[in-house]
Ligand binder design. Structure first.
Ligand SMILES: Cc1ncc(COP(=O)(O)O)c(C=O)c1O
Length: 497
């Protein structure tokens, strides 16, 4: 197949484009790609969870930039041989590492369509803008926010937290931050969150000029939830010292253990002290979609801003995260800016302000909303409710397998869909168990058996299963438990002989 050729009349023959000379060849290649992807997804359970990239492939992927183009069919052959066999593995039923969504076939098609349309979703007068507005309103309502709340899709939970905290900073600094920048010294702006808060909040504080020193880490209780009394004391102490507390970040589903802060109590503290109440619900917020779990995240609907990722527990393909802000005017006030070349024209493609560029950092943006809209249409909120509840009951099931085994123990309560546990043996101290469990984890991953990840809880290494996987079955969890025990026994026996 030849690219870079205009398939047009004689006059234009010498002018080039990046389109194929023969669209039928493009169609045939496209069909092959879809066939291969279908086979890959349909057969994923039979594959190892993860396969390390071989040395030959690593070397081949360090080649000089091509000066001349190749036949796309040959380029695709290389993709098939060198790239497709070595993904992260989060499409596999036994991947539970970090917090990774599984992805869905509907989402694959949505991304393909979005890519072909290639709309810039800054907020022009297109169907894409209406789709994003609709998808945001559906999600807002599903998590208990007013459907008139303001929102947009961004690339990640980290970017969503940054966006929401920028809104909080503008709304509650008490002076014009956009004009003056952030004041330091005695008047420092301060944010409060628990020691279990995701690192993206610290990154956001740093990027927003609040700095690490303006971020107050509040201790947690035995359930890894923020200590609300300590939170309030910290706010009062800072205020008495002349600082400007402006925001509390509570978490619905902490990354380590899935703990949910007492959101109603944090909301009350924010109300009492006039602070912005932000909830990081990167994965946990969607518990609100399931009637059996909704009460666990009660209070989330009181937040001034809320973020949650569609690429985590809504299973959608990377990347997509949603920021919601209760007060649309506050949201716009943080980002609105119209250079002359973007001024509304009253009619045509850009009749009004570019809505989404006024709600975040990005001006040019892709059509992420399509996969959310298509997934909700294709599966429905009720299916999401069932799958989310299924993941939570699978996590509880794993908890019972662990508690019921003499050589395993849970290291944290199971609040939602995260299980932290370890292999143990009588007579082995904590330091040895840390080493042993870290090695078990590496062998699980490297042998392609399963992919949990690890964390450290109160100084002890834990194997951590974050179940945001719509392909997982209970038999997968039994397989994991059997493998952990087998690897642990092997390791203990090989060192005690
Ligand atoms: C609670 C929480 N917040 C924020 C994030 C960051 O999300 P992302 O990885 O999409 O940037 C994560 C990631 O796991 C998370 O668990």
């Amino acid at each position: 197949m030849r690219w870079n050729r205009a398939s047009v009349g004689a006059e234009d023959r010498e002018e080039r484009s990046l389109d194929p000379a023969d669209w039928e060849e493009f169609r045939a290649l496209g069909h092959r790609v879809i066939d291969d992807l279908t086979a890959l997804l349909a057969g994923v359970r039979e594959q190892p969870v993860w396969t390390p990239v071989p040395r030959t492939v690593r070397e081949a992927l360090r080649a000089p930039a091509p000066r001349q183009g190749a036949d796309p069919a040959d380029v695709y052959r290389e993709v098939r041989e060198r790239i497709m066999p070595y993904p992260l593995g989060n499409i596999h039923p036994r991947h539970w590492g970090w917090v990774m969504g599984t992805g869905t076939p509907v989402s694959v098609l949505a991304d393909l369509i979005a890519s072909a349309l290639n709309s810039n979703c800054a907020g022009f007068d297109t169907a894409a803008t209406l789709v994003e507005q609709q998808a945001i309103a559906w999600l807002a309502e599903a998590v208990g926010f007013p459907s008139a709340a303001s929102g947009l899709f961004v690339s990640s939970g980290s970017m969503a937290n940054l966006t929401a905290l920028a809104v909080a900073r503008t709304a509650r600094a008490g002076y014009d931050v956009r004009e003056d920048g952030v004041r330091g010294g005695a008047e420092r702006l301060t944010i409060y969150c628990s020691t279990e808060t995701h690192s993206s909040v610290q990154k956001a504080a740093e990027v927003l000029g609040i700095g690490r020193a303006g971020l107050r880490y509040v201790p947690v209780n035995d359930a890894f939830e923020i200590d609300v009394a300590a939170l309030e004391r910290a706010i009062v102490t800072d205020r008495d010292a002349g600082m400007r507390p402006f925001c509390v970040v509570a978490t619905a589903g902490t990354v380590n253990t899935g703990a949910i802060d007492d959101l109603r109590s944090v909301a009350a503290v924010c109300r009492r002290h006039g602070l912005w109440f932000h909830v990081d619900g990167a994965f946990g917020a969607v518990a609100a979609l399931a009637p059996v779990l909704r009460e666990r995240v009660a209070g989330m609907e009181l937040a001034d801003s809320l973020i949650f990722d569609q690429h985590k527990w809504m299973y959608l393909n990377y990347d997509c995260s949603c920021v919601l802000v209760r007060d649309p005017a506050a949201h716009r006030a943080a980002f609105e800016l119209t250079p002359s070349y973007l001024a509304p024209t009253g009619r045509g493609i850009a009749p009004g302000h570019l809505l989404f560029s006024h709600l975040g950092v990005d001006l040019s943006r892709g059509f992420r909303a399509l996969k959310v809209w298509m997934a909700l249409k294709a599966h429905g909120l009720d299916t999401y409710a069932e799958l989310i509840a299924q993941n939570v009951s699978q996590a509880r099931y794993l908890g019972t397998l662990v508690s019921g085994h003499p050589r395993l123990e849970c290291l944290a309560p199971i609040a939602l869909n995260v299980v932290c546990f370890r292999y143990r043996r009588d007579g082995l101290g904590d330091a040895r168990l840390d080493q042993l469990n870290a090695e078990i984890l590496m062998r699980l991953q490297e042998r392609g058996i399963a992919a949990p990840s690890g964390t450290v809880l109160r100084g002890r290494f834990a194997i951590r299963v974050a179940n945001t996987n719509h392909r997982t079955r209970r038999s997968d969890l039994r397989e994991l438990v059997a493998a952990v025990v087998r690897l642990g026994d092997e390791l203990v026996e090989s060192t005690s002989g």
